[in-house]
Design a binder for this molecule. Sequence first.
Ligand code: FHN
Length: 422
Amino acid sequence: MVEEGAIRTEAMQRPDARTDPRLNWFRAAKFGMFIHWGLYAIPAGVWKGRQIPGIGEWIMYRARIPVAEYEQLARQFNPVKFDAAEWVSLARRAGQKYLVITAKHHDGFCMFKTALTSYNIVDATPFGRDPMKELAAECQKQGIRFGFYYSQTQDWHHPDGDGNDWDYDPAKKDFAGYIENYVKPQVRELLTNYGPIAIIWFDTPRRITVEQSRSLVELVHQLQPDCLVNGRIGNGLGDYAEARDNRIPDSLVDMDWEVPATINDTWGYKSYDQNWKPVEELIRKLVDIVSKGGNYLLNVGPTAEGIIPQPSVERLLAIGDWLRVNGESVYNTRPGPLQGLEWCRTTVSATDPSTVYVHIFDWPHDGLIRLVGLPRPAAGAYLLVDPARTALPVTHQDGAVLIHGPAQAPDPIDAVLVLKLA
Ligand code: FHN
């Protein structure tokens, strides 16, 4: 059962995709990097001296900035410090297996070269480069799967896109024409000009019709059969389900799904958002999500210069350090046999069902770990942090498995116990 609310019905997985082998890499990957990068990084949350509340990439909407004014930002966009190799290397060192970046967000500015409008990073900025080309090539080189975020309904720059009612009269919008003559040709460009694309990440489906969602999914699959479409294509037609932003379901979800999430409180860069989540919280969220069958798509919002904020870098590297020791209990696992416990999470190897990983968030003071409800008795146990794999004493008592660990928590964030079932 899906917890009411964590995943909207419209963003759920198409049932026949549940067993589709094209998703196998996604099922093993667990952790990806989301990048929100666009013109909004220039105002960075401040417009005409006023701090605009809300998420940074929504500044045009929240401050009702006229198209003619917002457009001018393009002339200043010159992210000379952008280095695709560095960004991809950060994702790799963080243990992230895929990367999804905003090709076009709701503001309508295209961060890729497109023939459909000159309002794009190559033609409208002094920068003049296509960062998507550079990132696609780097991802290939460093073994990270590459995907595009594309806002298919909202476009505050295009007269027929959704959302902008301060420049354009909503009653006069030709939304169907915008999907056919603008969105589809751009999706075609993205899937033709950048090599293999792992995911097209649509967002805010809103009024998109079943027919429109379906034809977009078909277009993607026709151009690149292996490319996945996320749940926010709408109408329950995605290859996998998309949870709401920063929302982790309460219990295990029997679908392929993902949680898009922020490290602070914004997606696009905001100069004054310093509400960074601690490493402990991020690692536990990753483990919590994976233990319920999902993936964690964790966002960074680079600056207008092309720099990923240092607090994000530090946290990602710390997660990477943790994963280098404990990755076996995360990648290519499935939800474990014990669910709904406060103090621990469990995962199980996808290739060996007798290997269960017990992720202990609250280590017991006496070091005695008591597990009730395992499907079979335990044959042995060791700590994943222990390279020697020293066997811990295991006993059975009244249907419980008791593992006698050290009194001191081997890892205060998440100490992973490897349990071999008989
Ligand atoms: O409106 C967007 C928002 O700006 C951001 O891109 C997030 C990421 O999941 N999606 C939408 C809100 O759900």
